[in-house]
Structure formats: structure tokens, C-alpha cells
Design a protein around this ligand. Structure first.
Ligand code: GDP
Length: 311
């Protein structure tokens, strides 16, 4: 897959502002815009099989296709209690959707996650959701959101965020809340046009950082990360550079990517995509998988204790 055809994003939302509803609607509608029904149906079949075998990896992430562009949506813990996880997710994405209720406006709990996105230099698209509500106050909500960006030290460029109005519930959106389109197409268009594709090196020697770890009863440890350089193949021999400076040779078991709500095994994944690897034990957060000829580690990740607790 060409890196220009990938967008890795996170959705930042206060609880109940409609993240789940929006992702569901995006998934449903991506079928409307899809050109190749047959391929997708085959994918669904293999997913069913995987589900039966009990592979539960990556369950929290979603991938949607729109006009040939793959949009990976990485789930973001909406809460500071997750410590360094938010920061790590922000390292895997290249832009965010900030989802805000058209009545409630931005809430304190979104601030922590938004701060991480802003510090990481990401651009945000502000989605004013629940625009169908009677007592909506979109203009005030935009002003409050702008003030929040300023408070968080956003750059001028970040403060000039695009705004999309939406009703995730009705599956409609638009750039003008008095004139909405009957689909989420305006939102999809903003995502592919306003958010960048991953800044990765497709032709370089393999390099990927273990960013999130999972565990599957059948497959053992699952390592999740964005492939930074080159490609990774099933069965490939790589060097694992641990955060403590040691290194060892490892063999990749299986390689998974996302399709819809499911994980699909592939022979090979390419730079820019968010992938999962199985078959490698004792991997630590921040460890780097590298081409044995080019054993270059990515900068270490500090796994932090929660710095802020919200009650
Ligand atoms: P999450 O906690 O952010 O994942 O929020 P949910 O997607 O679970 O939505 C919370 C509630 O808001 C549910 O009752 C949804 O039906 C409702 N909701 C979501 N989107 C909209 C919308 O666009 N308009 C209205 N009126 N309700 C919505």
C-alpha cells in the first residue's frame, strides 16, 4: 500500500459525545463509497474465521476505506489514568478528530488527550457532533474550543482547525450547520484532504517500535505499532533492540493489519500502516524491531505513571 493512501488518526472525545456512534456510522458509510465489494466480502469471511479462533487483538482499532484511502482509527483512552498510553497513541497517528457535543462544548476530560496531540504537533479537525440537538450552540462551542487550543499552547496553524458539523446518529455532516449533506462524505473529505499521510520511509530498512502490547490466549504476546520504515513479512528474521540496550534475533510469526473492525493476516505490511505482530515473546514497550543489517533503535519511550487523576 502506498503511504499516500494512508491516514492514521485518533478520535478525542469526552464520554458520551458520540465517538462510538461516529465510528459506527463511518464504518457503515464506507460501504456506500466502496468500489470493490467482492474483496471486502472475502475479508469479512476470513475475519469470521479469526473470530472463531478467538483472536481478540486490535479489537479497539478500526480501519475504514474511503476513495482508496485507508483511514486507521486508533482508539484513545479518554482518561489521564492511562498514563503514557495516550502519548504512545499520539506517536502512531498523524492527526486527530476532536469530537465535541454541540450543546455541551469541550469538557475538561478531553483536555489532557488534546494537550498530548497538540504537543506532538498534530493537526486537529474539530467535529461538532449532535448538531441535530434543539439547543445546539455551535458558534459558542467553536469559540470555547478555540480558547481551549490557545490555553493548551497550540500554534497559530493548529488554532486554524477545520470544522465539520455532524450528527453521528443520523449519519450526516457538513461545513455549514444550516446546510448539511445527507452523508458523512464531507467529514471523510476533510480527513483525507486536511490530515497528512504518515511521515515514514517506505524504502528504508525495516524499523518499527513496539508501541502498544496486547495478549491473546492463542497467539501470546501481540505487538502493535506503526511501521516506520520498509516492510515486515510473515516469518521474517529481525533484530529486536530492547530499551535497555541489549539486542537479540527474533522471528516474526504473523503480521496483521486492520480492515473494518477486524484484523486481517497479511504476508507483508508496508511502512505507514498500523500493524500487529505475533510470535515474539518478552517484547517491551519502546523496543525497536529492525533490519539485522541496520540495527538502529528508535528513541526510547518513557512509560509514565499517570500524572493527573480526574475524578
Ligand atoms: P461515546 O461515549 O463518545 O462513545 O458516545 P456514544 O457514541 O456511545 O453516544 C452517546 C449517546 O449520544 C448515545 O445515546 C448516542 O445515541 C447519542 N448520540 C451520538 N451521536 C449523536 C448525535 O449526533 N445526535 C444525537 N442527538 N445523539 C447522539
Amino acid at each position: 500500500m502506498n503511504v499516500e493512501q494512508i491516514r492514521n488518526i485518533a478520535i478525542i472525545a469526552h464520554v458520551d459525545h458520540g465517538k462510538t456512534t461516529l465510528v459506527d456510522a463511518m464504518l457503515k458509510q464506507s460501504h456506500i463509497f466502496r468500489q470493490n465489494q467482492q474483496v471486502e466480502d472475502r475479508v469479512m469471511d476470513s475475519n469470521e474465521l479469526e473470530r472463531e479462533r478467538g483472536i481478540t487483538i486490535l479489537a479497539k482499532n478500526t480501519a475504514i476505506e474511503y476513495k482508496g484511502i485507508k483511514i486507521n482509527i486508533v482508539d484513545t483512552p479518554g482518561h489521564a489514568d492511562f498514563g503514557g498510553e495516550v502519548e504512545r497513541v499520539m506517536n502512531m497517528v498523524d492527526g486527530v478528530l476532536l469530537l465535541v457535543d454541540s450543546v455541551e462544548g469541550p469538557m475538561p476530560q478531553t483536555k489532557f488527550v488534546l494537550r498530548q496531540a497538540i504537543e506532538r504537533g498534530h493537526k486537529a479537525i474539530v467535529v461538532v457532533n449532535k448538531i441535530d440537538r434543539d439547543n445546539r450552540r455551535p458558534e459558542e462551542v467553536i469559540n470555547e474550543t478555540f480558547d481551549l487550543f490557545v490555553d493548551l499552547g497550540a500554534t497559530d496553524e493548529q488554532c486554524e482547525f477545520p470544522v465539520v458539523y455532524a450528527s453521528a446518529l443520523s449519519g450526516i455532516s457538513g461545513m455549514d450547520y444550516e446546510n448539511l449533506t445527507d452523508t458523512l462524505e464531507p467529514l471523510f473529505e476533510e480527513i483525507i484532504n486536511e490530515l497528512p499521510s504518515p511521515a515514514v520511509d517506505v524504502d528504508g530498512p525495516t524499523q518499527m517500535q513496539a508501541t502498544l502490547l496486547g495478549f491473546d490466549e492463542y497467539k501470546g504476546q501481540i505487538v502493535i505499532g506503526r511501521l516506520e520504515r520498509g516492510s515486515i513479512r510473515k516469518g521474517q528474521q529481525l533484530t529486536l533492540l530492547a530499551a535497555d540496550g541489549t539486542s537479540r534475533s527474533v522471528k516474526v510469526g504473523q503480521v496483521y493489519i486492520h480492515k473494518g473492525l477486524a484484523r486481517v493476516e497479511v504476508e507483508e505490511a508496508t511502512a505507514g500502516d498500523i500493524i500487529a505482530l505475533t510470535g515474539i515473546d518478552n517484547v517491551g514497550i519502546g523496543d525497536t524491531f529492525a533490519d539485522p543489517e541496520h540495527p538502529e533503535a528508535l528513541p526510547p519511550i518513557t512509560v509514565e505513571e499517570p500524572t493527573l487523576r480526574m475524578t
